[in-house]
Design a protein. Structure first.
Length: 114
C-alpha cells in the first residue's frame, strides 16, 4: 500500500501542494500533521507508523517533512528499512532507503564544508 505523509509547521499553512502531489502518486491513505517537525510526538506521524506494514511505501513530498534534523531523518529511515517499509521522496527524487542515506551524507558533507 502507498501511504502519504503531509506536514506543515503551522495551522495557517496550506497542505494543498503536498496533498496534490501525493494524490498524483496514488497514495491510498494520507496522514497530515500541522505542527513542527522538531516534535517527536506528531500524532498522525505515529498513527502512520502504526498502520504501515512490511512491503508498504511511505511517500513524502520532501524529506524534511519527516523530521527537521539529519539525526531524526536517519533514525526514521533506519527504522522503516528494518521494518521492510520503503520510503519515497518526490522532490528529491528518492525512491528507496539507500538513496536517502546517500542523499543525507551528501547534504551533511555540504553543511560541514560551510
Amino acid at each position: 500500500m502507498k501511504i502519504g505523509y503531509i506536514r506543515v509547521s503551522r495551522d495557517k499553512q496550506t497542505t494543498a501542494l503536498q496533498e496534490d502531489a501525493l494524490q498524483a502518486e496514488r497514495c491510498e491513505r494520507l496522514f497530515t500533521d500541522k505542527m513542527s517537525g522538531k516534535r517527536f510526538d506528531r500524532p498522525e506521524f505515529l498513527r502512520m507508523l502504526d498502520v504501515a506494514r512490511q512491503g508498504d511505501v511511505i511517500v513524502v513530498w520532501r524529506l524534511d517533512r519527516l523530521g527537521r534534523s539529519l539525526k531524526q531523518l536517519i533514525e526514521t529511515v533506519t527504522m522503516l528499512a528494518e521494518r521492510g517499509i520503503e520510503l519515497r521522496s518526490l522532490k528529491e527524487n528518492i525512491v528507496n532507503s539507500q538513496d536517502i542515506f546517500r542523499h543525507s551524507q551528501i547534504k551533511f558533507r555540504c553543511m560541514v564544508a560551510l
